[in-house]
Design a binder for this molecule. Structure first.
Ligand code: SF4
Length: 245
């Protein structure tokens, strides 16, 4: 638990500023199996950066595993990946650029095209990504995995944790860390860091169906369609978290 920042007159400053990236005294995190090494599945730089900072502050040796064949189209996948590589290089973390087997993702989610976000298509999508993460972890001597996906307020954390735990259970001795990366101001710092680093700001979850459904929602609400690859945190007049990030 981080100590509270002090104000000028020595009074405890119990407001959100103590959680800012500048003021927050990061706690040393304890992993569920006491491992000091983790394979961290990452979905994108905005979600990953706060998690990466938290792990670095806890001196947990972190390897970033970028496996997201759900992201559509390919140029959207590439820009999200490159932003994540940029931050991994800044922190000196190893980055595994895994497969973009998009056809397998489409095969696996066949028949679920019209399911709503946070429904069964998303469970399948998480299962696929975490199974491959857990397999890679087992083959490379990791006994602890987790994902940056849960930090976004657009996601259902119990759904993500359930998929992560199921994937880990396929390998004896493997743990999925269900840490809540949003707490203690994690969501606030996620936006702050994204602005500071001017990360690319995606406006839909990732798959072609989420792009379609977000655009349909926008149309119904009199808003412009998504313009991909043009919006960056900190450069545009964006005050809060993206519709997806
Ligand atoms: S909405 Fe997001 S989590 Fe759900 S299937 Fe699409 S990419 Fe995967």
């Amino acid at each position: 638990m981080g100590r509270r920042a002090k104000s000028g007159n020595g009074q405890e400053k119990n407001d959100m500023s103590r959680f800012s990236a500048e003021n927050f005294e990061r706690p040393v995190l304890d992993t569920p199996n006491d491992s000091k090494r983790i394979l961290m599945h990452s979905c994108c730089a905005p979600c990953a950066a706060e998690v990466m900072d938290a792990l670095a502050a806890s001196e947990i040796e972190t390897t970033i595993f970028f496996y997201n064949p759900n992201i559509h189209p390919r140029d959207e996948y590439e820009i999200r990946k490159e932003e994540n590589i940029r931050y991994a290089e800044k922190l000196g973390m190893e980055f595994i650029d895994w497969d973009y087997n998009a056809k397998d993702w489409f095969d696996r989610t066949k028949g679920m095209e019209d399911e709503p976000e946070r429904g069964i298509r998303c469970t399948e999508c998480f299962d696929m990504r975490f199974e491959v993460t857990a397999d890679y972890a087992a083959e490379h001597g990791f006994d602890l995995i987790s994902s940056t996906l849960g930090i976004s307020r657009w996601k259902n954390m119990p759904q993500i944790n359930g998929c992560g735990e199921l994937a880990a259970s396929r390998h004896p001795g493997m743990h999925y860390w269900t840490y809540n990366w949003r707490k203690e101001g994690g969501s606030q710092r996620m936006i702050e860091i994204s602005k500071r680093e001017e990360f690319y700001q995606q406006e839909y979850c990732g798959c072609v169906y989420s792009l379609r459904d977000t655009n349909a929602w926008r149309e119904q609400n009199g808003r412009d369609k998504i313009k991909r690859k043009v919006k960056f945190y900190g450069r545009d007049a964006v005050l809060g978290e993206s519709e997806e990030a």
